[in-house]
Write a protein that binds this ligand. Structure first.
Ligand code: PGA
Length: 254
């Protein structure tokens, strides 16, 4: 069944005490105020995964994600973290191919595919990000870019593998800019992603794939975005660092 998901991508923010406070506040607010079916996925930086796992382990709605892993299983790769490492400290999900990774670290489709395969080998659900830049949108290339990002990574996986992937549509021009895609702009791209997945793997796979929207989601924009038929939740950056704001975003899901 297609899941509703609110994911918080903390990026490179907070210290340990702040991270623990945020988690305590969030678990309390969401447990007290939300009775819907959505999963809440928190993606703190690597050093906070294990302490976060301890704080979240008795809260079954909550899941833990890493923001990245390396393309190799283990070895002499100073400074990197593997799929097995994040799994062993309690992560069940991992963001793959965030536009900041593509842009600042030059991650290629081959690398993203390798990371996804490692996640799957260790039982981690990848949250695979796609999204066009402003210049791609302005030159009418949105669908072309999304299609490439999907074909060159996701479509090299088997049907069984694709069933474990969560997709996040994050228009680069909307990330951290305060400019949210309109619900119609987002819905149009989400429907496109679902259609190409359906053409490749069949309607049941497409129907079960959760497709999240990301890019300046706030408590006030979430309800309309989340009411679109192909938007199954959000991947939230800035607003996920504020407990009240993120709790309201979660509560916008049924
Ligand atoms: P934002 O980030 O909500 O701060 O725009 C979203 C993301 O990059 O995942």
């Amino acid at each position: 069944m297609r899941k509703k998901i609110a994911a918080g991508n903390w990026k490179m923010n907070l210290d340990l005490t702040q991270a623990q406070t945020l988690i305590s506040e969030l678990t309390q607010m969401i447990n007290d105020e939300y009775s819907g079916s959505a999963e809440v996925v928190l993606a703190p930086p690597f050093p906070f995964l294990y302490p976060a796992h301890h704080l979240l382990k008795n809260h079954s709605r909550f899941h833990l994600a890493a923001q990245n892993i390396y393309t190799k299983e283990s070895g002499a790769y100073t400074g990197e973290c593997s799929a097995q490492m994040i799994q062993s400290v309690g992560a069940s999900h991992c963001i793959i191919g965030h536009s900041e990774r593509r842009q600042y670290f030059g991650e290629s489709h081959d690398q993203l595919l390798a990371k996804i395969r490692l996640c799957l080998r260790f039982g981690i659900y990848p949250i695979y990000c796609v999204g066009e830049t402003l210049s791609a949108r302005e030159s009418g290339k949105t669908f072309e870019v999304i299609q490439q990002q999907t074909e060159q990574v996701l479509f090299l996986l088997t049907e069984d593998e694709v069933r474990k992937i969560i997709v996040a549509y994050e228009p680069v021009w909307a990330i951290g800019t305060g400019k949210t895609a309109t619900p119609q702009q987002a819905q149009e791209v989400h429907a496109f992603i679902r259609r190409i997945i359906s053409e490749k793997y069949g309607a049941s796979v497409a129907d079960e794939t959760s497709i999240l929207y990301g890019g300046s989601v706030t408590a006030s924009s979430a309800p309309e975005l989340f009411s679109q038929p192909d938007i199954d939740g959000g991947l939230v950056g800035g607003a996920s660092l504020k407990s009240r704001e993120f709790a309201e975003i979660v509560k916008a899901l049924p």
